[in-house]
Design a protein around this ligand. Structure first.
Ligand SMILES: [Zn+2]
Length: 330
């Protein structure tokens, strides 16, 4: 059964956007986004995903059965993203909001929490078993779970159950598609597991702009070092850069990697620092981290992005080549 709420009409949404411009979030959600009893409609369920990774999950599980919108487009950093007045219109139209969770959407967390009291919001990674998560501090977990395909494979079922509850007519479709997608992710996991074996053990170090790849490193056997922390909200200091320059020089790490959703400046500073010490760090390539690629990128799905990242990393670290005897050139 689809839900249609006439109180969330476009005109209503525009009015809401104006109010949000006045920063009256609290009054807005408390008074005007209250869910009315659903009525039957042939209109597909309107789903709003926060990030491109989550939107891909919705697309794989729901296909054309829902009308999907994505809050943050390709290349947008979810840690620092703040809702705009236009977002109010999109949020007001949604019948289900799908977030990644584990505080990935740092600046949106409070809003999503408030929204969750008025309309269905599901944060898929929050439902993953805690013993499979990387704990950063007591009760605080690394949110970048999609980089371990076998771990992310736990999310389709979470989403399918939420969709099934809101749209029972299509429940068997959601569950079937979720099962098929989870199986594809598990197969991809198996495919990725052996690929870093092409890189000599001592070179299996992934230096990136921010610490998004810990799950990737754990799953696929590469040591991960981020210039910035796990969130891009904290700035990398000079000490962080110098510490990493020491590391890449001492271990003769051949390449550093930039990310599509994070500024290149920290990796550039690292390369300059290493060059000043006589060790050239090549630009290993651009990785999809907290955002998938746009149209034509060949990385519009998580499966494509993970394959692209792995190929970039293996090539950047010199997979298949004999160990470097000198400093590799950029
Ligand atoms: Zn991140």
């Amino acid at each position: 059964m689809h839900r249609w709420n006439p109180r969330r009409s476009p005109a209503r949404a525009g009015w809401l956007a104006g109010w949000i411009g006045c920063a009256l979030w609290g009054a807005l959600w408390a008074a005007d986004v209250a869910a009315a009893p659903p009525a039957q409609s042939a209109t597909p369920l309107r789903v709003l995903a926060t990030t491109t990774v989550v939107a891909d999950l919705v697309r794989q599980v729901a296909g054309d059965l829902v009308a999907l919108d994505c809050l943050m487009g390709p290349g947008v950093d979810p840690h620092s993203y703040k809702a705009t007045p236009r977002d109010a219109d999109r949020l007001a139209r949604a019948q289900l909001v799908v977030a990644s969770g584990l505080h990935l959407e740092g600046k949106l967390s409070e809003l999503l929490g408030r929204l969750g009291r008025r309309l269905p919001v599901v944060a898929v990674a929050d439902a993953l078993p805690q013993d499979k998560l990387l704990e950063l501090a007591p009760g605080l977990y690394d949110p970048h779970v999609w980089f371990d395909a076998s771990l992310w494979a736990g999310c389709p079922a979470v989403l399918a159950e939420k969709l099934a509850g809101l749209d029972p007519v299509h429940a068997p479709d959601y569950r079937r598609r979720a099962g098929e997608y989870a199986a594809r992710l598990q197969a991809l996991h198996g495919e990725l597991t052996t690929q870093l074996e092409a890189v000599p053990q001592e070179r299996r170090v992934l230096v990136t702009a921010h610490d998004a790849f810990r799950y990737f490193g754990r799953a696929y056997g590469v040591e991960v070092v981020g210039v910035q922390g796990t969130s891009t909200e904290s700035e990398a200091g000079l000490n962080d850069i110098n510490r990493l320059v020491d590391l890449v020089v001492e271990r003769r790490i051949p390449a550093g990697f930039v990310e599509t959703s994070v500024s290149d400046r920290n990796v550039a500073a690292l390369r300059e620092g290493a060059a000043a010490r006589g060790h050239a760090v090549a630009l290993g390539g651009r990785l999809y981290s907290d955002s998938l690629g746009g149209p034509g990128s060949g990385a519009q799905t998580l499966e494509e992005a993970l394959r692209s990242n792995m190929a970039t990393i293996v090539a950047g670290l010199g997979g298949g080549d004999p160990p470097a005897t000198g400093s590799p050139q950029p």
